[in-house]
Design a protein around this ligand. Structure first.
Ligand code: SF4
Length: 373
């Protein structure tokens, strides 16, 4: 995991984003002609909209594999979805849809295709399988985990329930299917405050994110007692209020009033410094909206993929200033993994969940729909 600064208004603030990924092996041209490769390279560069980082040479080297993936998708009837934190060659080169995990799971469920390939981390592919139990869900990188979902087990929830009988357990969507199956209701970063407020009773247990849990404690102060598990997202835990205050004050010295947009997986001191708090989709949309209103100096306090999406999805010239942090789990997946999973998936690349777990986990998701209305 590495903190990197984005394009800044001042050279002193600019540290290059990591280099664009090149194919890991030599796959040749897959039989595509030079004209086809050139056309695809231009399509990739135009879609990604970061010509310095994603040069035409890099796009040319990626073009044969993106074309081959897109051909195989069509031939095999596969709907390919990618989380916002995947690299732009995936999100803008081969994905049929890009969003946050929950929106994508719903798209996977509603898509006519019977095979879904979810380019993301493991718990997200499991969520897609829970909502689409009769579809085949492929996950190209079986080892791609998450510090939040890997930090808590189904046994941990059973132990919590034993120690706190009758207290409802609320799990953030960044949990495994086995954990969701033990919980009463699942929540997302967009609805956790509203749903927890609506739960009956004056106590609840929130797992696994201690930062979201502490925002919840603050939100429900005087109304409900919130017991919080001690997990964290290793990416959003990197940010501190002190760092953000320093960046803001350094920009102010240059006459720049930064708009700070943060993800709720960050700590309370970060959120206190923020103008907008929301999920990765909300942050992307708000950054684009602010830029269109002339507020172009923006700091995105989240994973680097959100910045890649903002840059690709607006025509506005905006200054993304400050830092983003890369998630090593999210960046595990490359185009080669996707190609391999499409061609001949290994058993580990096919999400296979116990039907009892699916049934119980889908109850906690259904409860979320009911309470979110
Ligand atoms: S960014 Fe954080 S929550 Fe998301 S997959 Fe990475 S470690 Fe997990």
């Amino acid at each position: 995991m590495k903190a990197v600064a984005l394009r800044g208004a001042f050279d002193s603030m600019v540290i290059d984003m990591p280099a664009a990924p090149l194919p890991r092996g030599s796959y040749g041209t897959f039989g595509y002609s030079e004209e086809e490769i050139e056309r695809e390279a231009i399509r990739l560069q135009v879609a990604i909209k970061q010509p310095m980082r994603w040069s035409i040479e890099i796009c040319r080297s990626l073009a044969p594999i993106t074309m081959e993936i897109n051909r195989l998708k069509e031939e095999k009837g596969v709907f390919l979805i990618a989380h916002s934190y995947q690299t732009p060659d995936i999100t803008y080169g081969v994905a049929d849809s890009v969003a946050d995990s929950y929106a994508l799971s719903k798209e996977a469920r509603d898509a006519p295709e019977q095979t879904i390939l979810f380019s993301s981390v493991r718990f997200m592919a499991e969520t897609a399988k829970i909502v689409s139990p009769h579809k085949t869900v492929l996950h190209p990188s079986p080892d791609a985990g998450c510090s939040l979902s890997d930090g808590i087990s189904a046994q941990d929830i059973r132990d919590l329930k034993m120690r706190n009988p009758g207290v409802p357990v609320v799990c953030y969507i960044n949990t495994s299917a086995a954990v969701k199956a033990e919980c009463d209701v699942c929540v997302t970063s967009s609805n956790y405050l509203r749903i927890c407020e609506r739960l009956p009773g004056d106590r609840l247990i929130f797992v696994p994110d201690r930062f979201m849990g502490s925002h919840l404690q603050e939100h429900l102060r005087g109304k409900k007692e919130v017991l919080v598990y001690d997990g964290e997202c290793e990416v959003h835990a990197e940010f501190t209020g002190k760092k953000i205050r320093r960046w803001k004050s350094s920009m102010r010295e240059h006459g720049i009033d930064l708009m700070v947009l943060s993800h709720p997986e960050c700590g309370a001191d970060v959120l206190e410094e923020s103008d907008i708090v929301g999920s990765s989709e909300v942050l992307k949309d708000e950054a684009i909206r602010l830029a269109s209103e002339g507020k172009k100096d923006i700091m995105l306090i989240t994973e680097c993929g959100t910045a890649d999406r903002v840059l690709a999805e607006t025509e506005e010239q905006l200054n993304l200033i400050g830092a983003c942090v890369m998630c090593r789990h999210m960046k595990t997946t490359g185009l080669e993994d996707i190609l391999q999973a499409l061609r001949d998936p290994t058993p580990e690349q096919v999400i296979d969940l116990d039907p009892v777990i699916i049934e119980r986990a889908s109850r906690s998701l259904d409860e979320m729909f009911r309470l979110a209305e």
